[in-house]
Design a protein around this ligand. Structure first.
Ligand code: ADP
Length: 299
């Protein structure tokens, strides 16, 4: 009865990356490497990650009527994502301008572009799309009122997964719809503020008090903590030779959301997602690093 295992409502960006010996200071110009252009944005990343695992995946996003938009549509289609709901036009495709120095430290400027024009009206105009998905996944690289519209109009049978990144204060109605709220350490601290306790178990308890039905805290090489009112379970990360952790959180969240829709418990879904994340960190890039289900099984 569902057309999609996962519908991702979120951002699509072109990542424009230049390697530099030293990142420029105010008023300074430095020469860098050749420009590399990669498809990115948390929404687009999650959709590619899920589709590559074999999930029937759709993306609701907005890109510009330009070369970056076409690059993003192409990478989605190559991964097997249904792009019928990707809106085109209204502003240039979102871009992230990224400079990376030899130590791997980077400076990033994001021009949200078309992502900022994905409106609540666009959600309303998507008809029964939300009802056609088992699970809907959201992040915060699109307007908060658009995120709130999805939470408000979500059919009761559709499960909502939210990664509040970049972190922002969340309305109670959005928090209450999350099952789970997925945060990394930085996002957990932002949402909880100075009241955050010393340990992830404390954060999980405090986050649950804000209203989400369940909580997942990702802990990098330490894995993840999954928590409901009943229990908190630590899921270790498989040991991995990490070369580039870009987009690992997006792969983790997409895999988790997909498996939850397939009937896994929160801990089972997180165990699978941790294996996906552990493959993603062993390869360069974000979308380029995401494994197929066979590659996850081989680990
Ligand atoms: P984010 O990328 O959002 O900061 P994390 O760094 O917590 O999120 O990573 C997300 C998930 O990716 C982790 O929960 C873990 O499963 C996996 N992961 C990240 N870094 C490593 C690592 N060094 N080794 C193994 N798994 C990792």
């Amino acid at each position: 009865m569902y057309d999609y295992d996962l519908l991702v409502v979120g951002s699509a960006n072109a990542d424009l990356v230049v390697g530099v010996d030293r990142r420029p200071g105010p008023g300074e110009t430095v020469l860098g490497s050749d420009l590399a252009v990669h498809p990115g944005g948390k929404g687009a990343n999650q959709a590619v990650a899920a589709a590559r695992l074999g999930a029937r995946t759709a993306l609701l996003a907005r890109v510009g009527d330009d070369a970056h938009g076409r690059l993003l549509l192409q990478s989605q289609r190559e991964a097997g994502v249904d792009t019928d709901a990707v809106l085109v036009g209204g502003a240039p495709t979102g871009v992230a301008l990224i400079t990376v120095d030899p130590s791997g430290d980077n400076s990033i400027v994001v021009a949200p572009g078309a992502n900022a024009r994905l409106t609540p009206d666009d959600i309303r105009a998507s008809g029964d799309l939300l009802a056609r998905a088992r699970v809907v996944s959201l992040q915060l690289e699109i307007p908060l009122e658009t995120v709130a519209e999805v939470a408000r109009t979500l059919p009761p049978a559709t499960r909502l997964v939210l990664n509040p990144s970049p972190p922002a204060p969340l309305p109670a109605e959005v928090l209450a719809a999350c099952n789970p709220l997925v945060v990394n350490e930085h996002e957990a601290r932002f949402i909880l503020g100075p009241a955050a306790g010393p340990a992830p178990e404390d954060w999980a308890k405090a986050l649950l008090e804000l209203g989400p039905q369940t909580v997942v805290i990702t802990l990098g090489a330490q894995g993840a903590l999954v928590a409901s009112a009943a229990e908190a379970v630590h899921v270790p990360a498989p040991r991995a030779e990490a070369v580039d952790t870009t987009g690992a959180g997006d792969a983790f969240t997409a895999a988790l959301a997909w498996r939850l829709g397939q009937g896994d418990s929160l801990a089972e879904a997180a165990r699978f997602a941790a294996r996906v994340g552990a493959v993603a960190v062993t390869r360069q890039g974000a979308q380029e690093s995401y494994p197929t289900a066979e590659e996850v099984a081989d680990r």
